[in-house]
Design a protein around this ligand. Structure first.
Ligand SMILES: [Zn+2]
Length: 408
């Protein structure tokens, strides 16, 4: 099956020259903000040239693709992925990091990138290789060179963790065990940030809290001063910073340090979300990390109830929300479950779609997520109307990235 897919992919690549012109038509177009009826989109090369009512779009010299009753929309954005991990239900994080060779992990990742693109996710922000070094930089390059099919990638290389706080852990104290992130403490964090940027990091990822020390639960890791040094160094290079943090204190430090996004925020309070609004920090909630909805008849876990409360507090505060799922902890290609979870937890379908399109484009500083002239021609079509039923985004029948068709 897979060699055949690759053969088809090569054909599609071969048939698309740099300046191919397409006109895409569909019954509905979600333009990144609202649903439009009977629109058409003209694509030239890797960009959208024109978009609007079908009667207003010039189709001369273009290959016209009529998507019929489908919904045309911007390619979806996965704000928080780990393509170098595979589902924990298959292999625990510890076993992946300790027992899976780098080449094995990279080979799996090429399949993960393919699954992600075929699921209609044309951009990912991949937030840490978890022991796989700088492999994300090479994978991104392989996608950009057309060697393997995959989404547009933003990468962070090795997440930055405070000394002694991350994993794998639990060994005899005489052993020093390689970690899933890059350890540092104190002003050395400046060197680490610069080093990662020099090796290809598009974003910097910090762990602002983690399960460490003698007491259960997450506790803050980096001090406010350490975080400020890291953020200021990254921002000097125009590189944004994402901070994994779930505790109110970790979130508070990330906000005051000038972080661009906060990941997870499981224990976020109304006060902390208000601070995020005031400081223009976006929230990537990863609602589906560690398991989705309970089985019918089963009670919800306390963690899920807490997660819903914090997400609703974020909605009430008006925090900018970037859709991101922590995929890799669950199977790649199932990214849609995050949008379903956001709707399940009280977001409107239109806002959930925006969190994975237009808002995502703004948070990630990319020309994506909106159907308008000048944006990258990252466009997908799904059966049905995702504003009526968010699960329609699972029924992807067409995928274009940068003007190139990958699924039709
Ligand atoms: Zn993650």
């Amino acid at each position: 099956m897979f060699p055949r897919v690759l053969a088809v992919f090569s054909l599609l690549i071969a048939s698309a020259s740099a300046q191919s012109v397409y006109v895409l038509k569909a019954a509905r177009t979600f333009d990144g903000n609202s649903m439009r009826q009977n629109w058409a989109v003209r694509v030239k090369g890797d960009r959208i040239e024109a978009a609007g009512p079908a009667s207003s779009i010039d189709s001369s010299n273009a290959k016209v693709i009529d998507l019929g009753s489908a919904t045309l929309m911007p390619g979806l954005v996965e704000g928080h992925s780990h393509v170098l991990l595979h589902a924990y239900s298959e292999t625990s994080w510890n076993d992946q990091v300790e027992h899976e060779a780098l080449a094995l992990r990279v080979a799996r990742a090429t399949n993960h990138l393919h699954s992600t693109l075929m699921a209609g996710f044309t951009t990912i922000r991949d937030l840490g290789t978890e022991g796989a070094g700088y492999a994300d930089v090479g994978l991104k390059e392989a996608v950009n060179q057309g060697i393997i099919p995959g989404p547009r990638m933003l990468v962070v290389t090795r997440a930055i963790v405070a000394t002694g706080t991350y994993g794998p852990k639990g060994f005899v104290p005489e052993w020093t065990v390689p970690q899933g992130g890059e350890e540092t403490s104190g002003p050395d964090i400046i060197r680490v940030v610069r080093d990662q940027i020099s090796r290809g990091a598009d974003w910097i990822k910090l762990y602002g809290d983690y399960r460490w020390g003698p007491h259960p639960g997450s506790h803050p890791t980096f001090s406010l001063e350490e975080m400020k040094m890291a953020v200021a160094t990254a921002h000097d290079a125009g590189v944004p910073v994402a901070v994994h943090t779930s505790t109110p204190e970790g979130m508070r430090r990330a906000i005051l340090a000038g972080a661009d996004t906060i990941e997870h925020g499981n224990e976020g309070t109304p006060e902390v979300f208000k601070m995020m609004v005031d400081h223009h920090v976006a929230f990537c909630p990863t609602l589906t990390a560690g398991g989705g909805a309970p089985r019918p008849g089963q009670p919800e876990s306390p963690a899920r109830i807490r997660k819903r409360e914090s997400f609703q507090a974020a909605l009430a505060a008006g925090v900018t929300i970037l859709s991101g799922s922590d995929v890799g902890t669950f199977p790649h290609g199932d990214n849609a479950r995050e949008l379903e979870a956001m709707v399940d937890f009280g977001m409107t379908p239109v806002d959930a779609l925006k969190a994975a399109t237009s808002v995502a484009g703004q948070v990630l500083h990319l020309d994506i997520g909106t159907v308008k002239p000048g944006m990258f021609a990252d466009l997908i079509a799904v059966d049905g109307d995702p504003v009526e039923q968010i699960s329609a985004i699972r029924h992807v029948k067409f995928v274009m990235k940068a003007g190139m068709i990958y699924k039709q």
